[in-house]
Design a protein around this ligand. Structure first.
Ligand code: ZN
Length: 526
């Protein structure tokens, strides 16, 4: 399935080679040198679709959405893959509990995930492969590992033999011995405790697929090795995921892919920090289904903090843009501390921009949202000459770009956006103070605003006017009407009928009808 919504850059563009990326494999920032010049392939581990997403599940997608936008802006042709794990113990468990077919639960939760991606403005994903649709490739991958002596079949299960992989543990700096066993009956089938399942034989009543080893289903790790190879090749550029996936998931992906192909799986391993609820030590991000009790506790906390209705209701209250902005304020490798208060505070920051856009429209008669963002870095540089405003705009832009070049530091780059809007506001003030706008001032002003458009588009912000402010306005209107009704009732109780009538007539002229009932007065907008 492809959900690409943006066209690819045309032709060969000059890519920027000042970009540095922190690689978990080397524990250092390295210059970005791609497998194929001008192209970047990104694989991000996606969700296991067994229950509704929470805010922590949106961290990786939002960050990589901004990273893809930035790389595209820098001239790369980017292909971004996010997989859907739609076969897993957790989904089988839900299917039992809810007495529904596994496929139905997976489909419901996939739709929930896609809806949330859309709410957060994540629309840069090119491919979202599902494990159940990749079964042929998964089986072929496992067979090849067996043929090459890296895996073995044991009573209908297939395990990866970690003793055959001398590199095992290179990402996490952990040895095979420290890997947790699968528990249950699997331990008895393994040659050594660190071996992990590539294929699990089906138990009675479980969904299963045919294979050379009998009916069963794939292990989680092998799905990602097969899907990434399928869509991005044997060696691709960036493999991403939450920090909690380093071990065992990514370590095992490396073992499978590199033993099969005899070459590196990914050049850069990027891991985003996880999310914590501000009042709790628990973790909110990442692959909860692999973390047992710790995650169960945290999920309870986060469910409580976000109230009934889950992520959809959080989006309804806060608005997708505000949540996206909140997630991008932090460097992707840092922990994000979540609370609705912190999101509201981020919202106050966003209001600075919204107010500026209104000011821009007042001064120029043009909507900020109608400005076409400059799509390429090479086209955004301003020839400022001796113009002081444009000189400052260039400085803010350079600073923004240098922070993004330094391992995609969106949090630090965000402060340059604030500096830029402050500079533009000062200029707007000068124009306003002068009375009638001077044409030259408006031209340079608009050019500066175009840079704000360019840089905020990299974060995927301000694509359309905020729906939340319209909602807030209508809420406010409702409260004001309630207040007027209350004042009229008060006037009547004091026998001030002239005032009561004045209020009612005034409201009627605004198209608001009042209806006096036994239980009070209701207003209705005609
Ligand atoms: Zn994965």
């Amino acid at each position: 399935m492809s959900v690409a919504t943006q066209s690819k850059p045309k032709g060969a563009l000059n890519t920027v080679n000042t970009l540095r990326v922190y690689n978990t494999l080397s524990k250092t920032k390295e210059p970005l040198e791609t497998v194929r010049p001008g192209n970047v392939g990104i694989y991000l581990c996606g969700p296991t679709v067994y229950k509704e997403a929470h805010i922590g599940h949106m961290v990786g997608p939002v960050i990589f959405d901004a990273i893809k936008r930035y790389l595209t802006y820098c001239g790369y042709d980017v292909t971004w893959v996010v997989n859907i794990t739609d076969i897993d113990d957790k989904i089988i468990e839900q299917s039992r509990q809810r007495n529904l077919p596994m496929a139905q639960i997976a489909e419901e939760m996939t739709q929930d995930y896609l809806k949330n991606l859309a709410s957060f403005g994540v629309d840069q994903i090119d491919h979202m492969p599902r494990a159940t649709e990749t079964m042929g490739e998964i089986v072929a991958f496992i067979q090849d590992l067996i043929d090459k002596g890296f895996a073995y079949e044991s009573a209908g299960d297939v395990f990866f033999d970690v003793t055959r992989d001398s590199d095992y543990g290179k990402l996490s700096n952990r040895s095979a011995d420290s890997q947790q066993g699968e528990g249950g009956g699997a331990a008895a089938k393994k040659r050594s405790p660190g071996d992990f399942a590539l294929w699990k034989s089906a138990k009675a009543g479980e969904p299963s697929w045919e294979s050379p080893w009998g009916a069963g289903r794939p292990g989680w790790h092998i799905e990602c090795s097969a899907m990434s190879r399928n869509l991005l090749g044997e060696t691709f550029d960036i493999h991403g995921g939450g920090l909690d996936l380093v071990f065992p998931h990514h370590e095992n992906e490396i073992a499978q892919s590199e033993c099969r192909h005899g070459k590196p799986m990914a050049k850069y391993w990027m891991h985003n920090g996880l999310m914590r609820a501000s009042t709790a030590a628990g973790k909110v991000g990442g692959r909860g289904d692999r973390d047992g009790e710790e995650q169960a506790t945290t999920d309870t906390k986060i469910s409580r903090s976000k109230g009934a209705g889950g992520l959809a209701s959080l989006v309804e209250r806060q608005g997708g843009e505000r949540l996206r902005f909140f997630l991008l304020r932090t460097h992707y490798r840092s922990t994000i501390v979540f609370s609705e208060e912190a999101v509201a505070e981020a919202g106050a920051g966003l209001d600075t921009f919204y107010r500026f856009f209104e000011r821009y429209e007042r001064l120029t008669g043009e909507r900020f949202y109608d400005l076409q963002p400059i799509a390429r870095r090479s086209e955004g540089e301003i020839d400022a000459g001796d113009d002081p405003l444009l000189g400052q705009v260039n400085e803010h832009r350079d600073s923004f770009l240098s922070k993004m070049d330094d391992d995609f530091n969106t949090g630090a780059a965000m402060s340059d956006l604030f500096e830029l809007v402050r500079t533009l506001n000062k200029h707007a003030q000068t124009i306003e103070d002068a009375g009638s706008p001077n044409a030259d001032q408006l031209v340079t002003f608009t050019r500066g605003v175009l840079t704000l458009r360019e840089l905020s588009a990299i974060f995927g912000l301000f694509r359309q006017p905020p729906a939340t402010s319209a909602k807030a306005e209508s809420e406010l209107a409702g409260k004001l009407l309630d207040l007027l009704v209350e004042l009229r009732t008060f006037a009547r109780s004091k026998k001030d009928f002239a005032m009561a009538d004045k209020i009612r007539d005034g409201l009627t002229s605004l198209g608001v009808t009042l209806e006096d009932r036994k239980d009070g007065t209701q207003w209705r907008i005609e």
